[in-house]
Design a protein around this ligand. Structure first.
Ligand code: AP5
Length: 217
């Protein structure tokens, strides 16, 4: 099963991706997670991405296209994958399409998470992430069982540096300017499936599963 998740920051793409990837045993390719890991390991890509990410700007297309092309060549992607956070510009969408077409790979689902600004801000400001396994929590909507600790691996939870008010605002502006055209790109290709990102995580997960079952996945 090959899936693309589109939608604004905080729409719940990462949360749904973790649930689906666990159920269907496919890799979760989050470009944000890849960049944060690269930064933690102080690689060239990570250091280049740092200044963009801190401001909520997009990392240049050529860097992102290379990162994703290499990741999709890894053996685990033969089972399928969820692309979360990529493509994020029209150029990335075109390059992805060209690369996949060359390998005769077809994307099965492109989901767009329609989400209100009010929910986005509340979700991002309360988000907490496990330093160790990247599991996503929310201090009100999805709190961990033990405060500050991951339910899965007991790792410490942290707040992303770009989840502050000013950077959230900038990420939303960047989203509208650069990433909205990606929604139109898939809409024009009649590949876009709109889902309600405002729903509770469990409700949305059920809806996505129903869509997969209807197509016999
Ligand atoms: P990235 O890491 O991709 O961040 P983002 O797009 O801003 O998306 P988020 O991770 O913030 O949102 P999400 O939809 O996954 O929400 P989540 O499930 O965590 O990118 C970070 C940066 O990297 C970018 O700014 C850019 O600089 C760079 N970058 C990455 N990819 C790039 C690319 N392709 N090109 C250029 N630059 C790139 O949920 C949020 C919170 O809400 C959580 O706390 C969760 O518990 C809670 N929640 C989730 N769903 C629900 C629900 N249904 N109900 C209630 N609460 C919920």
């Amino acid at each position: 099963m090959k899936i693309i998740f589109l939608g604004p920051p905080g729409a719940g793409k990462g949360t749904q991706a973790q649930l689906i990837c666990k159920k269907y045993n496919i890799p979760h390719i989050s470009t944000g997670d890849i960049l944060r890991e690269a930064l933690k390991n102080r690689t060239l890509i990570g250091l280049e991405a740092k200044t963009y990410m801190e401001k909520g700007e997009l990392v240049p297309d050529d860097v992102m296209n290379k990162v994703v092309t290499l990741r999709l060549e890894e053996p685990d992607c033969s089972r399928g994958f969820i692309l979360d956070g990529y493509p994020r510009t029209k150029n990335q969408a075109v390059k992805l399409n060209e690369g996949l077409s060359r390998k005769s790979i077809k994307i099965d689902f492109v989901f767009y998470f329609e989400t209100s600004t009010e929910k986005i801000i509340a979700r991002l400001s309360g988000r907490r992430i496990c330093k160790n396994c990247q599991a996503v929590y929310h201090n009100i909507n999805m709190p961990p069982k033990k405060e500050g600790l991951c339910d899965i691996c007991d790792g410490a939870l942290y707040q992303r540096p770009d989840d502050n008010e000013q950077t959230i605002k900038n990420r939303l502006e960047v989203y509208l300017a650069a990433t909205k055209p990606v929604e139109e790109y898939y809409q024009n290709r009649r590949e876009l499936i709109r889902v309600n990102g405002d729903l509770q995580a469990e409700e949305l997960f059920e809806i996505l599963n129903k869509i997969f079952e209807d197509r016999e996945f």
